[in-house]
Design a protein around this ligand. Structure first.
Ligand SMILES: Cc1ncc(COP(=O)(O)O)c(C=O)c1O
Length: 396
């Protein structure tokens, strides 16, 4: 099978899983590259202006806006979904072009208010589904809400065996709404360059490199890792220069990545079933002991967020669970993870997002991809914590 055939196979699998059409999916090496193409096309066809987004995200989701010459405007979050809830009109300035609908940790819920907001202000609705590959926000008739939807196979996403790859879905309705923009985006994807020899090498050796780095400790680990990055041996999930609002030239996938994605898509269903089961377990077993509020959301989350009373208690729980060998994430702490080198470059003022700032310090994200026995152990360990905790996901 050649590269084109392997790409087509992935598009068909994505389409079959999500009940969409294969021709509406476009592949890239990292989701951030696809996002940059989309925002550049928006800038080309609609001119300079703003994009409403969230600070409760990874820096790699903001850089594509910046490199396209657009301006991010940060909407504060709804603490119950760790993302933009019902958007406020005050965020929409005269030149706003788009709003980002991010499903943090895969919490989709009901986001029809974002579609309504986009329609009211004539904005494009860009879905960031990096945490819930193949899952979309839909209306009650099953219609996809977004104009463009971003999916990722990258590091620390739903499929743990891929490490690279992004897939962008372009809603075919955009062909009618704005044919020039639609054509421009598709043209950009068709012209994407293939990874060169060095990138192909870094992609193939990523796992091996990480395995070696994980065996080292302390300063040796840090120094070896940064040596490998500087020497062009390791492709890190986030380069240091990405904290300055920059990113590399967009690339498409290669045959090796396609094969991995294709294989992993075969186990996506069981992956989601396992995550759903763990989410259910957290809901039921943590509720009785530590949680003030109970969530009814039954989505297969990337991780299960809990919100502590204070930062100190969150730190205490983090240290305790980590020392027991559990990989606990703190998405997204700091905000614009792993933190910008300059707030000015990102045009971010923490005062304008007090809820996101507060929540980010108190949140912990529990793993959902573990065997049930290990999830139960986390629940047990959290029982011993004296701190009362509150679920970030509210009743729906
Ligand atoms: C919310 C969100 N959007 C987009 C991205 C970018 O994905 P990728 O790593 O495939 O470029 C990330 C990466 O962590 C993310 O967390």
């Amino acid at each position: 099978m050649n590269y084109e055939e392997s790409s087509q196979k992935i598009r068909e699998k994505l389409a079959a899983i999500s009940q969409t059409n294969a021709e509406d999916w476009h592949l890239c090496l990292k989701a951030r590259f696809g996002m940059a193409l989309v925002f550049e096309a928006i800038r080309d066809k609609l001119g300079a202006g703003e994009v409403i987004t969230t600070p409760y995200t990874c820096i790699t989701a903001i850089n594509p806006i910046l490199v396209a010459g657009l301006t991010p405007i940060y909407h504060d979050i709804d603490a119950s979904i760790l993302s933009t809830g019902k958007p406020d009109d005050k965020y929409c300035k005269g030149k706003t072009k788009a709003i980002v609908m991010q499903h943090t940790l895969g919490m989709i819920g009901d986001k029809t208010s974002l579609r309504k907001y986009a329609d009211k202000h004539k904005l494009l609705l860009i879905e960031d589904a990096a945490h819930c590959v193949t899952r979309f926000a839909r209306n009650k008739d099953g219609k996809i809400l977004a104009d463009i939807s971003v999916h990722s196979f990258g590091v620390e996403k739903i499929l743990t065996g891929t490490k690279f790859g992004g897939a962008i879905y372009i809603n075919p309705e955009l062909k009618v709404k704005n044919p020039a923009l639609y054509e421009r985006i598709v043209e950009k994807f068709n012209k994407l360059k293939a990874p060169n020899f060095h990138m192909n090498f870094r992609v193939r050796t990523y796992r091996l490199n990480n395995a070696i780095i994980q065996r080292l400790h302390g300063n040796l680990r840090r120094n070896f890792r940064s040596f490998e990055i500087k020497a062009g041996i390791l492709e890190p999930p986030i380069y240091p220069f990405e904290q300055d609002g920059q990113q590399d030239e967009p690339l498409t996938t290669n045959k090796y990545i396609n094969e991995r994605i294709s294989n992993q898509l075969e186990i996506l269903k069981s992956n989601y079933i396992r995550r759903s089961a763990n989410v259910d377990l957290y809901h039921t077993t943590l509720r009785s002991k530590h949680f003030a509020k109970v969530s009814k959301i039954k989505e297969p989350l990337l991780a299960f967020p809990i919100l502590f009373e204070t930062e100190e208690k969150a730190n205490q729980a983090y240290d305790m669970l980590s020392s027991e060998g559990f990989f606990i994430r703190r998405w997204y702490s700091p905000l614009l993870y792993p933190g910008p080198n300059s707030l000015k470059i990102y045009r971010y003022n923490p005062k304008n997002a007090p809820i996101a700032e507060d929540v980010s310090r108190r949140v912990l994200c529990l793993p959902t991809d573990l065997p049930v026995i290990e999830t139960k152990r986390i629940v047990e360990l959290l029982k011993d914590l004296k701190a009362p905790v509150e679920k970030a996901v509210e009743n729906k």
